[in-house]
Unconditional design. Structure first.
Length: 368
């Protein structure tokens, strides 16, 4: 805001206001004194600029952003979480809380149980030592022990890890703040359900459908924090937070969660709409085929994530995909682009009967 208030500009303004009856050349008293005042005034304007930035939410980040949105609307950043798994451990020994296991690439997991005696084989619950998606690994990936555990001969995770999510990004936190400003949530309205879902760790976006299965019913469809399909663990956790069903639906609709008494909420996953890409590409000789394909894949994946559960973008744009390909590093030009076998936009259903999110499938590139 005060970019023009430099030392030189302020100094010149002061000199212009001093009568020409005084000598104002460098080295003269009027010049030197006014220069000192200009330096101090420029520092004041610099401080004012910082203050202005601190009240502009679009310029805030990190803790400053968290403090701003919480103080004004009570919006809190969704924390990250640790990936978890159950290991099958073989041998004859004892696993203690904190004992470490790891993947061949060095991603470590620690035992969260108390003392577990292993005789032959046994199960041990672990969680990643790093918060976020770093711990999201496939089945049979946690196969090593960085420190020898007496009597334990092997370990593995028979299923992929679950529940590892990054903390909410500044951009997503800011979007939720604006949403709260523009669509204030009231007791049990649709915005409330959206807010409850999106404030839960691991959730990216939510779409709410009222009266989807009769009176007093609400469906909340969610994506994970990567705007992909949520796993059942996340769906169950959000269900438990908003409207826990309990055993035999004994607590469903009775106000045991965030939802009000009498509202029956169902948390569900969207369905995946596979997006297959086929294109001819002329590439820069400085890039390998694999590098170009990865760059194209990353660009398109980011775009598909950005439109997941977005009512204003309920289709995959043929033109935008083409533009992304053209702008990917290593691409000189492209032709013969097809998306799911055609050259038209791909519609996405956003109804309670069929709520779709786009998921990238095959990317087939012919280099010409």
């Amino acid at each position: 805001m005060y970019e023009d208030k430099t030392i030189d500009s302020i100094h010149q303004q002061i000199l212009d206001n001093i009568s020409d009856d005084y000598e104002k050349s460098p080295g003269e008293l009027a010049y030197d004194l006014s220069r000192a005042f200009a330096i101090e005034e420029a520092l004041i304007y610099s401080a004012l600029s910082q203050i202005v930035d601190l009240i502009d939410v679009d310029k805030l980040s990190g803790e400053d952003l968290e403090k701003y949105v919480y103080q004004r609307k009570g919006v809190v950043r969704v924390p990250g979480s640790y990936a978890k798994a159950q290991l099958t451990v073989s041998g004859n020994g004892t696993i203690n809380k904190g004992d470490l296991f790891e993947t061949p690439s060095g991603i470590q997991f620690s035992c969260v149980d108390g003392s577990v005696a292993i005789s032959g084989t046994g199960l041990v619950n672990v969680q990643c030592t790093q918060i976020g998606t770093a711990g999201m690994v496939g089945a049979n990936s946690i196969t090593q022990m960085p420190v020898t555990l007496q009597g334990i001969t092997s370990c593995t995770n028979l299923s992929a890890t679950t529940g590892g999510y990054e903390a909410e990004s500044d951009g997503h936190l800011r979007d939720r703040y604006y949403q709260e400003l523009q669509e204030p949530s009231a007791s049990g309205n649709m915005d409330n359900y959206k807010q409850w879902a999106e404030s839960h760790t691991g959730v990216g976006r939510a779409m709410v459908f009222s009266l989807w299965n009769g009176d007093n019913t609400v469906k909340v469809v969610i994506t994970d924090s990567n705007q992909g399909l949520p796993d059942q663990t996340l769906i169950n956790a959000v269900q438990e937070y908003i409207d826990p069903k309990g055993e035999n639906n004994s607590t469903w609709g009775v106000g045991a969660g965030a939802a009000p008494l009498g509202a029956y909420c169902t948390v569900a996953s969207p369905t995946a709409k596979t997006i297959d890409i086929n294109v001819h590409v002329s590439k820069d000789a400085n890039y390998t085929d694999d590098e170009v394909k990865q760059n194209i894949t990353d660009y398109i994946t980011g775009y598909l994530q950005s439109i997941a559960l977005d009512e204003d973008n309920n289709y995959v744009s043929y033109a935008k995909v083409g533009n992304l390909i053209l702008n990917a590093n290593g691409v000189m030009d492209y032709s013969s682009l097809t998306i799911n076998g055609g050259n038209a936009n791909i519609p996405l259903s956003l109804t309670n009967e069929s709520c779709e999110i786009p998921v990238l499938g095959m990317v087939t590139i012919t280099y010409v």
